[in-house]
Design a protein around this ligand. Sequence first.
Ligand code: ZN
Length: 180
Amino acid sequence: MSQTRRTKLELLLICPECGHEFTWTGDDFEDWIKCEKCGNQDEAWFFWHSLNPPAIVNDGFVKYELFSLGDHYTNDAPQLSPIRFVEQLLGRYSGPVHGGGPYLWIYRMWFPQPDNPNNGHIEYKVVMHEGLSGYAPWGDTLVPVQDSQVIKDRFEKIVKSLIVGVKAVRSLPKPKNLYP
Ligand SMILES: [Zn+2]
């Protein structure tokens, strides 16, 4: 029995403005989302997101959860199986995608060994994929941004979102049955 591809994903979304977390179910990351707490509105992929329950990746030694915030994050994710979705979050997916731009990922890591002094300790590894875009659309092409204020504003927005995301992910409960 092969697993059918999802047409809908249940995602845990975290508002990049206020850190409010809520479950969203949809089939298109371009769906318009409004945070019920602070009123921030944007497309779904501009919210921190993870599979709900969070995607757990086992890297042999460490298990970790993945959260992502993207700029025009690939719209194909809802068509993927959970495994392929995780591959995409890890940048290992080679299937069809569209869009691009800076992605921010937070890994919340768990150390399972009972004799490990880090057992129960959480570390965060933050990855910025493709970096901060220095380009802006101009007609049908991209041109370098010449205005340093624009780049500064972009950077500050990403930093703010990152801080909100780290704080929100830190406060999330440990997933059940992570180490049965
Ligand atoms: Zn909010």
